[in-house]
Design a binder for this molecule. Structure first.
Ligand code: BTN
Length: 263
């Protein structure tokens, strides 16, 4: 294990391998580790994604979790996911030669040329007064390795497939820390409105028809914006606005049936 500091307020702990950086940050958070701890692992044996999915984590990609203790209710703290996706979009824009195709997909994915390059997993617990006891912000960024496409899921890409030549992870992580620190400062001082305006400028499918897969069905309509909490606003054909708090966004014609098994 190597301990290092960046030029930012974050303190990075670099690990060769761990079950999940989110799990390790949570373990240390429960033992009283301070805000700003960053767990970075070169591989994960039990990397996890949103909605209980697994996150393939071989060497070559970035797996990192930030321990944060924001002074606000848990629901508000989840807005940090938008801050984080903007930070990831910014580094992707910094390092790729062609940056026009970088988009933030609700709630917290980052796409390059229509393919998912990064995912974000927020986990938290509240204290007895409804504040945040701990919050772990986990980021998986595909740098050198691109996961195979999975039926019904978004196609994935990696920075190396999009033209990045130098896949050294440390400078990417240090850039990420700086963008995240700036974004958190903006969120704290200017509020979610400022973050939401920036996010909407790079939003995937804003004003387009989309389908959102929910836990218990789907919603199809036009993606018209975010409410003050970060929930997605979807307008149906009669103009009725649905407020969507959790789900996966796809184009309306996305293939959601399992792909045929190859012989
Ligand atoms: C998603 O489903 O899109 C979110 C994926 C989040 C993956 C990252 S990798 C680092 C951190 N540790 C985990 O186990 N998951 C997150």
């Amino acid at each position: 294990m190597v301990l290092a500091t960046t030029q930012s307020a974050f303190c990075i702990v670099e690990l060769d391998s761990i079950d999940s950086t989110n799990e390790e940050a949570k373990r240390r958070g429960l033992q009283g580790a301070p805000e700003g701890l960053v767990i970075w692992a070169h591989r994960q044996t039990k990397g996890r994604g949103r909605h209980g999915r697994s996150w393939s984590s071989p060497r070559g990609n970035l797996y990192v979790s930030f321990l944060l203790r924001p002074n606000c209710p848990v629901a508000q703290a989840l807005q940090i996911g938008f801050v984080a996706s903007l930070a990831v979009a910014a580094i992707v824009g910094d390092v790729l030669p062609e940056t026009r195709g970088v988009r933030c997909k609700w709630p917290n994915d980052v796409l390059v040329n229509g393919r998912k390059v990064a995912g974000i997993l927020l986990e938290s617990a509240s204290d007895p007064r409804g504040g945040v006891a701990w919050l772990v912000l986990g980021i998986g960024l595909n740098v050198a390795w691109r996961p195979e496409d999975v039926a019904g899921a978004y196609s994935a890409t990696a920075l190396a497939h999009e033209g990045l030549a130098a896949t050294d992870l440390r400078p990417i992580l240090e850039r990420l820390c700086r963008h995240l620190e700036d974004g958190l400062a903006e969120w704290e001082s200017a509020g979610f409105g400022a973050v939401r305006s920036r996010w909407l400028k790079s939003a995937y499918a804003l004003d387009d028809r989309i389908t959102v897969r929910l836990a218990d069905g789907t919603v199809t309509g036009r993606f018209v914006g975010l409410d003050a909490s970060g929930a997605m606003l979807v307008s149906d054909e009669r103009g009725t606005i649905r407020v969507v708090c959790a789900g996966d966004v796809f184009p309306p014609d996305h293939q959601s049936d399992p792909l045929p098994v190859k012989a």
